[in-house]
Design a binder for this molecule. Structure first.
Ligand code: XMP
Length: 514
């Protein structure tokens, strides 16, 4: 698919993915590449624009991440952000030094509206600053286009060469008119047409899938999560019943989840595909009996999933393609794009099945961020409750039950979690909290109910606010809501006599319990 592209060159800043997402929100497709990427490769991509991200270094230090001066001679517009702005000045003959005052946080900036970048932006606006170096002298040919009280060069530009530098972070939402600035860059400076839209993505993907698959057979492991659901519907739209989806109910799903997935994707649902539900609950419980160690549990669940999936695949026979729900952050985070050092070890349950007979992997969502996957889902008419579902880990409730997993404990955590989710939604908090669930601590304690002594389990409630799931804060839930949840769980869920709320942030805690 040939589409106009802006390239984000990543210098290791914490907001690298955010830059790309914001550009895409402007309907311009954008990809992230490490600063080590060869110039020839960038030239070959023929991007409409290049954005240099922030980074942790000082650009004047030896060994700091850098770029070739030729990057600025390609005739392609370049926008440098924070470190990227300093690097642009440094490489082109300006001066960057340690700032007398470190600027951090929301700051008022005065911008020159005659700059294309600040077209239609308020003359005084709020921006997000985070830097300890500053541009003390702009490079020859540049002029200053924005300043703050502490920062004489908050932005600079050489419009004849289409080179722009911004010291602050327009990609961060704290920069009130940041999206406008990025939009100005891609439209006014780069002359993009804005062809990245989810309806055209669907149309183009459907065509591309049809071309690729021909009359071949495709197999998809459907979990009911957002990514695999959207991938499955996209494929169904393209190739209909050439697609077979295998849904494994491992007995570690949320309450009623298995039936909900079947309702949407099964024979009575609205999609043209072959749906196979495997009820493997007992098989998983047997494998997990007596196992307490979290990593072993994860491994057993992952491996058993693969075995079950393989058995089903064998029944179907050889297929041509296997669908993977890989999305763009997975690609970036596994080191294939950008500078990100973080490699997620846990995100897909247990790797690829060894014995499934397929020729090729098909990854229809590989270019999309999560919010784009959701937009595609809506575009495809998938029910909203599936599209806006919170993340659910591959090992499911298996890692929300501390210690040994049994059918009885699964029932307890399913019931408690369903009550918790219901009350959070009733209180109108579900859109504000990024992930929330009940877990079963392996702790039993003494209580009293009526006149009876009880010796039952304690349920822990977790709710976090996070942007990237790498760090998180526990959410502040009104006391009255927590009390309702507590009362209902203790009254309605047999086997529970105590409810805790988990205040731990990540780090030091993780979001899940195991
Ligand atoms: P942690 O517990 O690592 O969770 O703070 C971060 C995010 O990742 C999800 N998570 C998983 N997702 N397979 C998954 O697909 C897993 O094994 C897994 N473990 C954690 C977790 O729900 C949270 O959103």
């Amino acid at each position: 698919m040939k589409r106009e592209t802006v390239v984000v060159i990543d210098f290791g800043g914490q907001y690298n993915q955010l830059v790309a997402r914001r550009v895409r929100e402007c309907n311009v497709y954008c990809e992230i590449y490490s600063y080590k990427t060869e110039l020839a490769k960038i030239r070959e991509m023929n991007p409409k624009g290049i954005i240099l991200t922030g980074g942790p270094n000082s650009c004047y230090e030896e060994g700091a991440a850098t770029c070739s001066p030729e990057l600025f001679e390609l005739g392609i517009p370049v926008l440098g952000l924070c470190y990227g702005a300093q690097l642009m000045m440094h490489v082109l003959g300006g001066k960057v030094e340690k700032a007398p005052v470190r600027e951090y946080g929301k700051t008022e900036v005065e911008v020159d509206n005659s700059s294309l970048l600040f077209h239609d932006v308020s003359a005084r606006t709020i921006c997000w600053m985070s830097h300890f170096d500053y541009i003390s002298q702009v490079a020859p040919g540049f002029r200053v286009s924005a300043r703050t009280a502490d920062c004489p060069v908050a932005a600079a530009e050489n419009p004849e060469k289409n080179l722009y530098a911004i010291q602050f972070h327009p990609e961060v939402l704290h920069t009130a008119e940041g999206t406008k600035m990025l939009s100005n860059f891609v439209y006014q400076v780069c002359g993009c047409a804005g062809d990245w839209k989810m309806d055209s993505f669907v149309k183009q993907s459907v065509e591309a899938i049809r071309r690729k698959v021909g009359d071949g057979k495709v197999l998809c492991a459907l979990s009911g999560g957002v990514d695999s659901s959207v991938a499955a519907v996209l494929l169904s739209k393209a190739i209909g019943s050439q697609l077979t989806c295998v849904f494994v109910d491992q007995g570690l799903l949320r309450k009623k989840e298995g039936d909900e997935v079947e309702e949407v994707f099964g024979p009575n649902g609205s999609y043209d595909l072959n749906f196979i539900r495997v009820n493997a609950q007992e098989r998983f419980y047997q494998k997990l009996a007596g196992v307490e160690e979290p990593e072993r549990k994860r491994k057993i669940i992952g491996e058993e999933f693969i075995r079950v999936f393989e058995e089903e695949a064998k029944k179907i026979g050889a297929v041509d393609f296997l669908v993977q729900g890989t999305i763009y952050p997975d690609v970036v985070e596994s080191g294939l794009g950008g500078e990100s050092a973080v490699i997620k070890s846990h995100h897909n349950v247990g790797g690829l099945p060894d014995y499934v007979d397929f020729k090729e992997i098909i990854e229809p969502l590989r270019d999309l961020f999560k919010d784009e996957v959701r937009k595609v889902g809506l575009e495809l008419g998938i029910p909203e409750y599936l599209v806006f579902r919170q993340p659910f880990p591959g090992p499911g409730l298996g890692i929300r039950i501390i210690g040994e997993v049994t059918a009885e404990k699964v029932r307890i955590v399913q019931e408690a979690d369903a009550i918790y989710r219901e009350e959070i939604a009733k209180a109108g908090l579900d859109q504000d909290i990024n992930q929330y669930f009940a877990a079963l601590t392996n702790m039993r304690s003494v209580g009293v109910m009526g006149d009876e002594r009880t010796y039952d389990y304690a349920v822990a409630l977790r709710a976090v606010k996070t942007i990237d799931f790498m760090t998180a804060e526990s959410a502040e839930i009104p006391w009255a809501v927590l009390q309702t949840v507590m009362n209902r769980i203790i009254n309605e869920v047999k086997g529970v006599n105590r409810v805790f709320y988990d205040l731990t942030s990540k780090p030091p805690g993780t979001i899940e319990f195991e």
